[in-house]
Design a protein around this ligand. Structure first.
Ligand code: DGL
Length: 270
């Protein structure tokens, strides 16, 4: 039996944080990763743009015969997953959303910070999620304009000064982090780019604060939904094909830096 091929996409390199977890969970599955860098960032654009791009990428991935697709982007999940599900009932679709429920279970102070794109926080999907968890904790939600873009640039240049400055500005705006009463003791990373800034965020919020993202949970859910992704232990390792709608250098550098993937990035005109 040949290994399964799973599609994964994001506005850029952020979804690599999810791809990393997917590869750890399903080492024999093959993946096609699409970074929509030519049309990014998604987080400061309107929903119609994100929906149109999500549809174009879905059509491309379906043309590659993927039976399953992971939307490795909180912003695109919020804007498009419900419509894509209705339009492609035969496709197994897995999305990512800020991990509010696990945060409520973990928090001791009952005060939780959420960092995400402006568009994710404004979406009806996030507002409904927030309302469903509001009884369990109080939330401080912070839109981080420019942070995903800064992380993209740092992946290529290695210069993290802009990322660090933005992390400092946004965490300071949220209030006091810590484990005392009234302090924010849990920080939810609601954008798949942000795990690549987690060391900087950690330095700012302190060691006692729990920083959580959804990558591993999404990988487990994908494995559950796509049983064919589980192969015998002696099956050959899965391959990753990397595509971008923008300049290949950024994805190339990020895939090498963060996932150790040397494979060449191809440009996609869609
Ligand atoms: N990585 C994306 C997310 O999870 C968004 C980044 C962007 O603004 O394009 O929301």
């Amino acid at each position: 039996m040949g290994a399964i091929l799973i599609g994964v996409f994001d506005s850029g390199i952020g979804g690599l944080s999810v791809l990393k977890a997917l590869r750890a969970e399903m080492p024999h599955a093959h993946f096609i990763y699409v970074a929509d860098s030519g049309y990014a960032p998604y987080g400061e654009r309107d929903e119609a743009h994100v929906l149109e791009r999500s549809r174009a990428i879905t059509r491309y991935l379906l043309s590659q015969n993927v039976p399953a697709m992971v939307i490795a982007c909180n912003t695109a999940t919020a804007a498009a997953i419900h419509l894509l599900r209705a339009e492609h009932p035969g496709l197994a679709l897995i999305g990512v959303e800020p991990a509010l429920k696990p945060a409520v279970a973990l928090s001791q102070t009952g005060r939780i910070g959420v960092v995400a794109t402006r568009s994710t926080l404004a979406s009806a999907k996030f507002q409904a999620l927030l309302a469903s968890q509001a009884g369990g904790a109080s939330f401080v939600a912070q839109a981080c304009d420019g942070l995903a873009d800064a992380i993209e640039r740092s992946a290529e240049t290695g210069d993290t000064a802009e990322t660090i400055a933005l992390c400092a500005r946004y965490t300071q705006a949220m209030g006091i982090f810590g484990t005392e009463n009234g302090q924010i003791d849990t920080l939810v990373l609601g954008c798949t780019h942000y795990p690549f800034a987690s060391d900087h965020l950690r330095a700012m919020v302190g060691g006692g604060v729990q920083i959580i993202d959804n990558g591993e949970a999404v990988a487990r859910q994908t494995r559950r939904l796509v049983p064919a992704s589980v192969m015998p232990a002696n099956a050959p390792p899965g391959q990753v094909s990397l595509f971008t709608t923008g300049q290949p250098q950024t994805l190339q550098a990020a895939a090498r830096r963060w996932l150790g993937l040397p494979d060449p990035v191809k440009t996609l005109l869609i």
